[in-house]
Design a protein around this ligand. Sequence first.
Ligand code: HEC
Ligand code: HEC
Ligand code: HEC
Ligand code: HEC
Ligand code: HEC
Ligand code: HEC
Length: 452
Amino acid sequence: MKITNIQKVTELRTSLKAIFLFSFLTLAPSYFSQGEGLFKAKCATCHAVFKNGTGPKLYEARKRWDDAGEGELIYEWVRNNAALRASGKSSRANEIFQEYKGSVMSVFADLTDDQITSIFDWVDAQDPNAQAAGGPNIAAVSGVEMEEEKGLPWIWIVMGVMFSIIIMAVGGVRRQLKIATKESDEDSEGLTYVEEFKTWAWKYRLYVGLTTLVLVLSLVVGFFQTLYSINLMESYQPSQPIAFPHDVHAGVNGIDCKYCHNSVTKSKSAGLPTVNVCMNCHKKIDGEGKEYQGEINKIYAAAGWDPSRGPSGEYTNETKPIVWNKVHNLPDHVYFNHSQHVVVGGLDCKQCHGDMAKLKELAKVQPHQELNKIQENIDSKIEFDRATMTMGWCIQCHEQSSINITDGKSGYYAEIHNRLKENDYNLLNQYNEDGRVSVKELGGWECSKCHY
Ligand code: HEC
Ligand code: HEC
Ligand code: HEC
Ligand code: HEC
Ligand code: HEC
Ligand code: HEC
């Protein structure tokens, strides 16, 4: 049988398709999970999908704004609700703000229309019936139990598909090899696989060359994609609207981190303080005559406070939100939860953020060399050689961190411990073999714990 040109072209097309499918699948999931990721990263601390909490339920929020004839303004609301309220353009904005008096929504100035749409698309695609039937409450504020019931993580789907493609491709090549070598020379029987393949590759060198080129190109693209998404930003220092010094507050004045980052023990994100928190102290500490008075005046401008009015200052009601720049940001497909680490894991902020009480520069997760100098890490025998904010860093700590599952400080471990004691004494002993139980042994290396 002769292989026709048509057949060759079909063959080539199949390979190309496989390659495109491959590249698409490797890149696509981050797109599809965008809405969900954004919701969890930015909104879930205050909003649930179906239940009112700190903020109203977001299910069909878009519809509510449409019904009020203000469908377009919802984007402005999400980006800067205070500005929208101040503009007087929207009655829905003022209505909902009145209803939730006392709670103020954060500002998300950097969200694009597409990103906001993706959040609402994802929210509205959730199934209210599943919820009523006791389905997973995606936005449970605690977040700790949140990931437990997650289904197949996308990474396995991608790997499964890739694997099948490779199997199919190899199968196809084998078949072609058979056909090709049979009709070219009969005595190819004694050839090894490699020689067989070489003959075949030479015969169809044009197509093999092209396919290789495309393959190499997609690998290069993939490689750079990966590079860009890696957080090699250890020295990234954006400028902030107010030169807020951590050393003065947390260091010299010994203010507890949780005073300002008060959601750190309760939720996924640590949160940034509102201007009202600053005003608790800075109404009095006005910096008059000091070189930093300009910075304090910025707080006053944001809070709408005029220190020259009245006997000791008055609110003018002209507020403008402080838009802090986020110093670092994990990719959307990674789930990191503060309360899990600080409360359940009992870690000190220092172990990841370094000693901020002495820090002159902007606060952040400090480079691993700095973290290795922190006493708590030395005491816990944690030593990093992976750059912080990378997957290697998380995983290394999960291997090195021991958990005291019997100290009873956390109900979470007490329960695991009891369950093991009753049901699986061998496993408990196995965990304890090296005299300690690591986070890894309790599932801290499972992909789905960290990846959506
Ligand atoms: C710090 C808490 C907080 C965060 C974070 C937050 N919100 Fe809100 N949101 C609120 C509160 C509180 C309200 C009620 C209005 C008010 O008091 O300002 C609200 C109201 C809303 C409304 C109006 C709902 C309605 O029924 O009209 C929408 C829409 C909304 N938020 C979307 C979002 C989105 C999208 C995000 C994430 C990008 C987000 N919010 C993040 C607290 C928050
Ligand atoms: C302890 C948490 C943790 C676990 C467990 C974990 N990852 Fe990750 N992973 C991360 C973090 C954090 C990043 C982002 C790193 C970055 O931005 O450089 C990441 C990034 C990735 C990336 C790269 C995506 C990109 O942005 O370039 C892939 C692929 C990946 N993980 C796959 C896996 C697989 C497969 C497993 C299970 C074997 C796994 N991860 C387990 C935390 C984890
Ligand atoms: C008086 C209030 C206050 C106290 C106390 C405080 N912080 Fe902050 N923190 C802020 C403000 C305001 C910002 C935003 C400005 C900035 O990035 O410096 C911030 C930012 C941060 C950031 C970076 C946020 C980002 O965008 O990624 C980290 C990390 C941080 N703080 C950790 C801590 C730790 C750890 C402590 C305790 C040692 C602490 N903070 C104590 C007010 C405070
Ligand atoms: C618990 C009280 C407290 C809170 C809350 C607080 N500060 Fe301060 N702040 C202080 C004290 C005390 C000083 C030091 C005053 C001095 O040394 O003269 C200070 C100093 C400052 C300075 C000048 C520091 C310098 O030396 O350059 C700035 C800027 C500042 N604070 C900003 C903020 C901002 C922004 C917030 C809100 C995120 C905030 N502070 C919240 C107590 C507080
Ligand atoms: C296990 C490591 C770890 C510990 C412990 C830890 N953090 Fe963080 N922190 C991080 C990571 C990682 C990020 C970046 C999260 C992101 O970008 O989503 C972060 C971000 C932050 C931010 C920026 C705002 C946010 O919520 O993303 C603040 C503020 C912060 N941490 C404060 C604290 C405080 C206060 C403590 C102690 C009570 C603490 N952190 C303990 C790892 C840690
Ligand atoms: C300083 C050490 C340390 C670092 C760094 C660290 N973790 Fe953890 N992590 C812990 C400890 C300790 C626990 C145990 C708490 C628990 O089991 O709930 C934990 C638990 C977790 C869990 C829950 C695991 C489970 O079995 O339920 C997740 C998810 C997680 N970490 C994600 C991350 C991610 C993502 C990063 C990197 C961005 C990270 N961690 C970095 C120490 C660390």
